[in-house]
Design a protein around this ligand. Structure first.
Ligand code: GLN
Length: 448
């Protein structure tokens, strides 16, 4: 823990950590030492990890990357945080992210940008940018992330690490500051599939009293099938994931990875996910709709920021929210409120829900022909800080390959598979059917 805290301090310019507290971390480490000494079995005993600042923690501030929650301390730990601690993990601190997990570049954080350690002039990806950078720059052996539309997979891809988002409902959302509740899912980000398997085993499991969408599926040991053969594994390659728009360097790295899989005994199957492009408008209706509802709790009354000067109650709400929320968050609240409003609900929100169902059905069709699906995580390598300027559409379009799996609630991974333009890492995306995390992790492990 001391080693990683020292590295975190020495590389503070990367912007990965938002909070550390050596006394708290070392106290947790000593407690873990005692558990080890007493012979207690704990799968992660003494393993230091850091948490995305979307997870609430009682021992560290929790901001969600927003000014709205500056200095906020939660009276409880998120279930994911608690479960990892029960498995013996030691918390190094909290990691930077896009405000309320809304973004693809980490540039939407109220606490400054995070720099990609492979090239500091580039973004780390988002929204779990701090998590990806902490692992890639060895400021933590592993980290937690959250993935609503790609926020574990895309930064993992851009920073050359491994990350997995489980099936929606396998990890409890309790204590994860909500963005889009029907999509939000927690998962680990680490150096390898093996490390991810260990962490995921501790994270998953039912939480019926605290998260009504948590599934009644028991925790699994995801390391159990690592090392299994890939002989005969059918890898589905969706033609829509290789359409124009995918940069040639990314394409080359993905093609090489697929060839490598064939050498490992897997069989390549051409498939189609015909509604891939629709995932962008569908997601950017549903996610803001849910966000506009979830974020209504930040009204300056119970917790978080409250404007100093105001006349009446309504003005207090307005000023608090105008001051506390960043521009992208405000944009999404407005879009979400609009698509849910009378007269537009049917035209946008309901239509989006219908297409979401069709996207999920397309995957079920595809999984009749293959065991896992493979393709790029993003159409390009990490772009330059500021490159997308004030154009949110440029960010949204880059989410095209991660959004379909999120809308369907499927498990998905990113594993490093080579380098593209500027020597930047490229990630291979692997998507599995519901509850096929072990299969995904085995396929990833064999490649690594
Ligand atoms: N980039 C997507 C968005 O901005 C996904 C973010 C996420 O998965 N949290 O909403």
């Amino acid at each position: 823990a001391r080693h990683f805290l020292a590295r975190a301090a020495a590389h503070a310019d990367l912007g990965a950590y938002l909070a550390t507290d050596e006394a708290v971390t070392l106290a947790q480490a000593r407690a873990a030492d005692q558990r080890i000494a007493s012979g207690e079995a704990a799968s992660l005993a003494g393993v230091p990890i850091a948490h995305k600042d979307i997870f609430v923690t009682k021992d560290f501030p929790s901001t969600a990357g927003s000014k709205m929650l500056e200095g906020y301390r939660s009276p409880f730990d998120a279930t994911v945080v608690r479960k990892l601690a029960e498995a013996g993990a030691v918390t190094l601190g909290k990691l930077n992210c896009d405000e309320f997990a809304m973004g693809s570049s980490n540039e939407n954080s109220a606490y400054g940008v995070v720099r990609n350690p492979w090239d500091r002039s580039r973004i780390p990806g988002g929204s779990s940018g701090g998590s990806a950078v902490a692992v890639a720059a060895r400021l933590a052996p592993a980290a937690t992330g959250t993935d609503t539309g790609g926020s574990i997979r895309q930064p993992a891809s851009f920073c050359g690490i491994t990350g997995i988002k489980p099936t929606y409902g396998r990890a409890s959302r309790y204590g994860m500051i909500a963005y889009a509740s029907s999509l939000d899912q927690a998962g680990p980000m680490a150096r390898s599939a093996e490390d991810c398997a260990l962490l995921l085993s501790a994270i998953c499991g039912p939480d019926p009293d605290r998260d009504s969408t948590s599934l009644d599926v028991p925790a699994e040991d995801f390391t159990r099938s690592l090392g299994g053969s890939l002989e005969g594994l059918r890898i589905g390659v969706p033609k829509e994931f290789f359409a124009e728009g995918v940069a040639p360097d990314v394409r080359a790295a993905i093609d090489a990875a697929l060839a490598q899989y064939e050498k490992l005994g897997a069989r390549r199957v051409e498939i189609s996910l015909p509604r891939t492009e629709m995932a962008i408008p569908v997601y950017y209706v549903i996610a803001p709709a849910e966000a506009s509802s979830n974020l209504s709790r930040f009204d300056g009354v119970k917790f978080g920021h409250r404007a100093k000067d105001y006349g009446d109650l309504l003005e207090m709400y307005k000023r608090t929210r105008a001051e506390g929320f960043g521009l992208e968050v405000q944009r999404r609240i407005m879009v979400g409120t609009y698509v849910l409003s009378h007269g537009y609900y049917d035209a946008y929100y309901l239509q989006a829900q219908k297409i979401r169902r069709m996207i999920a059905d397309d995957f079920q069709q595809a999984f009749r022909q293959c065991d896992v699906i493979a393709g790029p995580v993003a159409p390009s390598v990490a772009w330059k800080l500021g490159e997308h300027g004030n154009d949110p559409m440029a960010d949204y379009l880059a989410d095209i390959f991660t959004l379909p799996g999120s809308l369907a609630g499927l498990p998905g991974m990113s594993i490093p598979c080579g380098f593209g333009a500027g020597g930047m890492p490229v990630g291979l995306q692997l998507l599995g059917n519901y509850f096929q995390e072990a299969k995904l992790l085995n396929a990833a492990h064999a490649f690594q």
